[in-house]
Design a protein around this ligand. Structure first.
Ligand SMILES: C[S@@+](CC[C@H](N)C(=O)[O-])C[C@H]1O[C@@H](n2cnc3c(N)ncnc32)[C@H](O)[C@@H]1O
Length: 278
């Protein structure tokens, strides 16, 4: 057995690039650039604030800590964290997301967040950041094809802790794409790389992190099938009547009737991968 020769970074790269290409067909890369989608993400994250509290509770920060939040989105973690620490730098490439983040910073009169509107791959640790940081966080934001390089840079930016959050198993939204892609776009959908690949990349880098698996449930509720179609049409960038017909048929199958509403139930397994630098 020559499993030591498996290039896990290459596996991550292939799966990530394949998924990003397929998502581009549905124009999903543009998804977080649109302010309305970022706003919806923010609203929904506020409805699940218990999950955010759980994450904040497990981070080893003090009031003097300096935090780097990579792929911060609209600030689900950054906004409450900044109130508890001395400084937070948020790296976020999507226009819609960073707009909402800046609005949230203003609304909450926060003055210790620095925003950087770049992909992590484009960030120069020495020139763009005020490194080092006590804790580097990347929460469900590892859309980085060369994950090994991305992690090296996180280690460079961190003086101690790194906390990554990612997925274990195929996510509910990937299951939708797997079911829909052949009829919407005439091709199979490839799900992105998961925590098994990530763990192996880290292991090969000589990093032996703590892993903690947890469940996350969500629901999407609609008063009518038309409202549901409007919502998913944006997700899958449905353009033709034929695509809408396919979507309608699919939604009729997966949405569950409850209390006069149509509900999508999503169950996912997530993982926290964390370590302290030697
Ligand atoms: C699902 S949101 C998560 C937001 C936030 N971290 C949270 O946990 O609520 C994913 C975010 O990661 C960002 N992202 C994706 N790829 C990235 C990259 N290569 N560098 C930096 N951020 C990235 C996206 O723009 C998006 O805002």
């Amino acid at each position: 057995m020559e499993y030591e020769k498996i290039d896990w970074n290459e596996i991550w790269k292939k799966l990530m690039i394949a998924q990003q290409k397929l998502d581009k067909m549905g124009d999903k890369n543009e998804y977080w650039n649109k302010k309305e989608n970022a706003e919806l993400f923010w609203k929904r994250s506020q409805e699940h604030s218990k999950k955010t509290c759980d994450i904040l509770m497990e981070l080893p920060f003090t009031s003097n800590s300096r935090i780097l939040d990579i792929g911060s989105g609209p600030g689900r973690l950054a906004i409450p964290l900044a109130k508890k620490v001395s400084h937070l730098t948020a790296v976020e490439p999507a226009k819609g997301m960073i707009e909402i983040l800046k609005e949230n910073i203003k609304k909450e009169s926060i003055d210790n967040i620095k925003c950087i509107n770049k992909r992590w791959e484009e960030v120069d640790v020495e020139n763009d950041l005020d490194a080092t940081y006590d804790i580097v966080i990347a929460s469900f934001s590892l859309g980085m094809p060369d994950i090994k390089e991305a992690i090296k840079k996180m280690e460079q930016a961190s003086s101690k802790y790194i906390y990554l959050y990612w997925f274990a198993g195929v996510t509910p939204w990937e299951k939708h794409s797997i079911a829909l892609w052949p009829s919407l776009y005439g091709t199979n959908y490839i799900a992105g790389p998961k925590c098994d690949v990530l763990y192996n990349v880290l292991y090969n880098m000589g990093i032996y992190p703590d892993m903690h698996v947890f469940s996350m449930e969500y629901t999407n509720n609609f008063v009518s099938i038309d409202e549901a179609i409007d919502f998913y049409k944006k997700r899958f960038i449905i353009q033709t009547n034929e695509q809408e017909r396919i979507l309608y048929k699919y939604l009729k199958n997966i949405l569950v009737q409850k209390n006069n509403q149509l509900v999508e139930y999503g169950h996912s397994k997530r993982v926290r991968i964390s370590w302290a630098k030697d």
